[in-house]
Design a protein around this ligand. Sequence first.
Ligand SMILES: [Fe+2]
Length: 422
Amino acid sequence: MDNYFSELGRAVYDKWKAKDFSLIEFPMIAQQALEKKPPARHVDLDQLLHNFLLDDNQPFQTTSGFGQPELIVYDSPKFYIQILFWLDGTTDIHQHGFSGAFHVLAGSSIHSRFDFTNVTPITPHFRIGDVILQETHLLDTGRTVPIHSGPGFIHSLFHLETPSVTVVIRTHSDPGTDPQFTYLPPHVALDPAKHDSLTTRRKQLLDVLEQTGDENYAPLVIKMLNGLDFERGFFILQNCIATLRHLGVWEKAWGRFSRKHGKLALAVAPTLNEIIRRDGIAALRASFEDVEHRFFLALLLNVGSRAEILRLISSRMDEDPLRAIARWAGEIIRATESGIWMLDAFFPFKAGENDDLEQEQEFLLEALHHFITGEKPSPKLRKLSKVNLELLKETLKHSSWRNLLLPDKSATSRNRSGKLHA
Ligand SMILES: [Fe+2]
């Protein structure tokens, strides 16, 4: 048993008891306790790990799959303290069925807060609405953030260092605040603890058909979409979208779903696209070891505006933000046999184009620089036809680079005049 956390637990218990265990008071009590004697300054993590591995006298451990892993370092019937390790994890956007506070013990994270508005409940476990980003900021080692249960505190964390370690003082569960919705921007909230076993098995069976190349896969999915309710239809679409696109039948499947569900379906297409984008970026995070690259990924994943991305880069780097982005782009660009990847933007080779890979990559980086800075195109870029340059820009517009691109001058002036939408 670690002395620091035993003392911290007892101090929190006494303070909370003096407030008659009022749930409203708990986040502030937990936050103040963590700030008064911060774990980042008072915990010897190596020593703690050593003791945890060698000393059997430990608090009750859960079988929770949260954290990589989760260690319980203090427990009582009223609340407990956990240490969460994060190796390559990003959290989903989520709310909590418990309250308390968390503290960054090691590493740092990008922390984003969200609101969920215009809510339409579909079932008790599935909602449609607008997931709106409120703020994004950098959480350095030593920072503490209160946790309030329910939909008033919706957040996500993108951990930058490996491992990142957080300490959480939390209640077991706060009555009336379930389910702990997970949010899929821009429009869906779902209960991740609700498992519809029939749907799970159906998705697994479809995966079998997909992996064995069964020709009935697409017709069966489309028939299912004809019959299923909105919630289960969404899960089937989410599971099958990549394969349906690959098979060239996505439009047909989508047509069935959208005709059946009318206005409600409008929330689904952008959500499915964003799921694919976010999954792609989260997967890249695992393969990116450089903390600066992870920082950049976190910004592209979470931050909606160019100005805000540049501000956050300035807050962490001594370098000019646009220069930093150009440098990162040069470091993360990857060539494959079929084309060049800049994160989730793919530029396929045309015949004979991959003769000089280095030159191709340089060319794409120059184009990116031109689109995000507005600086005059290089002589090499000027040789490219306007149509081809626009094609490059279109690819970037449909990727995670989109928020960094300067707006098209023509579009801006038309919008300002108001005539385009009159
Ligand atoms: Fe959380």
